[in-house]
Design a binder for this molecule. Sequence first.
Ligand code: HEM
Length: 175
Amino acid sequence: MPDPARSLTVDQPANAASQRLRSLIDHVYTFLKWLHVLTACIGFGSNVTHFFWLLAANRDPPSRANTLRLVKKIDDRLAVPAYAVTVICGVVMWWWRWPAGSSWLITALVLTLVMAVMGTAYGPFMKRWIRLAGEPGPENPALAPLSRQLTFWWATISLGVLAVLWLMVWKPDLW
Ligand code: HEM
């Protein structure tokens, strides 16, 4: 017959150690969530400022090419890497704690992939826009339709991020 007093003293340190480990694992998960939300804020925050940059660029043709170059730099060096971290952390959290078939997560991932494809195509358009905007002489007629197209893509990507944000916070059962 095991001695209950002895098993209590032996098990107590083991329980405390497993509780500490569980709490450490929870902290790692919460850190991932913090990084996920922080990088989403950085990515979306930079996207939102594009609106003001693009308005400023359209109102000031002589400095347009420089303004657009800066927008592209912010995109390439801040927004895109930030979103990449958002997606990596999101997928790790999904694998870690959420059912594989969670409809809100599958929808968010599909939307994010569509936005990533759109964002990849946005880069070369931006480059062309910067090149045309920097040309000396009268404004190139190709600039206006390009500017409209880019504004449309910008708005679509921003709405897509808002939709993903909604899915993340509400976590709805979609099917
Ligand atoms: C633009 C993209 C995204 C944004 C803005 C975003 C934003 C957020 C926010 C604000 C939360 C916190 C919600 C809460 O605590 O209730 C969250 C949670 C979460 N996100 Fe995302 N997210 C994005 C993309 C993704 C992707 C692509 C995945 C994975 C496929 C993902 C997976 C998760 C998971 C699993 C959680 C739940 C964390 C938890 O509550 O334990 N996210 N996201």
